[in-house]
Design a protein around this ligand. Structure first.
Ligand SMILES: Cc1cc2nc3c(=O)[nH]c(=O)nc-3n(C[C@H](O)[C@H](O)[C@H](O)COP(=O)(O)OP(=O)(O)OC[C@H]3O[C@@H](n4cnc5c(N)ncnc54)[C@H](O)[C@@H]3O)c2cc1C
Length: 401
């Protein structure tokens, strides 16, 4: 795959027009917290028929089940439609407001994706469908105050068997959508079992013992609410153990969700760099110093050429990723990490270059590139830090014969 099809390009321009009309005017209010992202998400979903697509996909799944055919496991976004279209949607939302795209991706991609990938048919119907129709908001809770990069080894959240259900105690932090989510996928270690035995549970906000923090104040991604989840001896019925009674260790499931998150970060980084290029070119052509547009200075041209080059490489990585998804031949761990590492670092550098090119105007709050520069930094931390990607790449390269 070397480019989007004409049909996909048409969809892209329709989404871009929607963003310009319905998202862009609210960005400052979404960033300040004066306005919530969720009603805008529901408006977006309604406009593009996402709830209907979800219901149709679930109806097909039911038909297949009833016809006793094998239910194709799918991840959240793929369960709804074409991965390229979802990449386009993510890219376009990010061009306009990365925080909005992050919150949207966490509910559909992380929560919805985890339930679709590992849930029983009943769990998919009960928990994933209302999230795909945007009736409910989901959050995916792995990270803990003492367990970040070493998410499993240092995990303290524990689940104990209690009659025909479980009791969970612990705390999760830095969780996207946590302050407002209706439901959570929570990872916990099984008490008394092997220390490495991790399970995933679906936990409802309304369950006794569940509490969440207020949204954290943070460097960027202001439109995306991030917070803590506290679980104080929360009783969880057996049918909320993700995957049902026979559920296996959820480490692999969590890793596949992290891969999904990394997968979603590539179009987000492309969105950031693409918008930086547009803003940088526009400014360079109109801003005059020494009596001529700054675009005529070679040091300014160098910045534009660098951002353009980064965007070209990122598009290639995105198409490689989409092709791998289409053909069902997943990227190796090293390749996926290399892509995430490159995109995250380069998006941050490009956004900073765009700020530099625009001088004081780029540094002011309210300038798009100022938001993009703050937001891009998250990609070097979330979904596995740069350092963890480097370790994964080196391990695979050094261990290969
Ligand atoms: C805005 C935001 C949203 C998030 N959303 C979610 C979410 O929805 N769900 C969720 O579960 N988590 C979420 N996270 C958490 C995120 O995945 C973690 O922040 C990330 O995995 C890093 O963990 P940490 O912050 O605890 O850093 P740490 O693991 O404490 O790392 C601190 C530093 O040490 C380095 N380091 C650690 N180990 C090594 C090593 N072996 N070698 C070299 N260097 C090392 C790291 O690279 C980093 O530079 C979110 C984070 C942010 C900032």
């Amino acid at each position: 795959m070397l480019d989007f099809t004409e049909e996909q390009k048409l969809a892209q321009s329709t989404i871009r027009a929607w963003c310009a009309q319905h998202l862009e005017p609210h960005v400052l209010k979404l960033e300040s917290g004066e306005m919530s992202v969720y009603p805008v998400m529901r408006e977006l979903a309604g406009t593009f028929g996402i709830p209907d697509m979800a219901r149709a996909a679930f109806a097909k799944m039911r038909e297949r089940r009833e016809a006793a055919k094998e239910e194709r496991p799918g991840t959240g976004f793929k369960g709804l439609g074409d991965a390229s279209l979802m990449a386009i949607l993510t890219m376009e939302l990010t061009r306009c407001c990365p925080g909005f795209a992050l919150a949207f991706g966490a509910t559909l991609g992380l929560f919805g994706g985890a339930v679709m990938a590992r849930g029983t048919p009943e769990q998919k119907e009960k928990w994933a469908l209302p999230v795909f129709t945007l009736e409910k908001i989901g959050a995916w809770a792995l990270t803990e105050p003492g367990a970040g990069s070493d998410a499993f080894g240092s995990m303290k959240t524990v689940a104990r068997k209690d009659g025909d259900g479980y009791r969970i105690s612990g705390a999760k932090t830095f969780i996207t959508n946590a302050p407002f989510a209706d439901c959570f996928v929570v990872y916990a270690k099984m008490a008394g079992a092997e220390a490495s035995d991790v399970r995933a549970f679906i936990v409802e906000r309304t369950a006794k013992g569940v509490a969440t923090s207020a949204p954290f104040k943070k460097m960027g991604m202001h439109a995306s609410p991030t917070g803590e989840v506290f679980l104080d001896d929360v009783r969880v019925p057996a049918d909320q153990l993700l995957g049902g009674e026979g559920a296996k260790n959820a480490r692999d499931a969590a890793k596949s969700s992290l891969n999904q998150e990394r997968f979603g970060m590539t179009p987000m980084c492309v969105g950031i760099v693409d918008r930086c290029l547009v803003e940088a070119v526009k400014y360079a052509k109109t801003r005059e110093q020494w009596g001529r547009p700054i675009a005529s200075f070679q040091l300014v041209q160098e910045k534009i050429a660098r951002i353009y080059t980064a965007r070209s490489i990122m598009y290639t990585l995105l198409f490689r990723q989409l092709e791998a998804d289409k053909t069902g031949t997943p990227l190796t761990a090293a390749e996926a990490s290399a892509s995430k590492l490159y995109c995250a670092r380069t998006a941050t550098e490009c956004a900073m270059e765009a700020v530099q090119l625009m001088g004081g105007a780029g540094y002011m709050t309210g300038s798009v590139v100022e938001m993009l520069a703050r937001d891009a930094k998250l990609f070097q931390i979330g979904g596995g830090t740069d350092e963890i990607q480097i370790l994964r790449i080196a391990r695979e390269v050094l261990e290969s014969p």
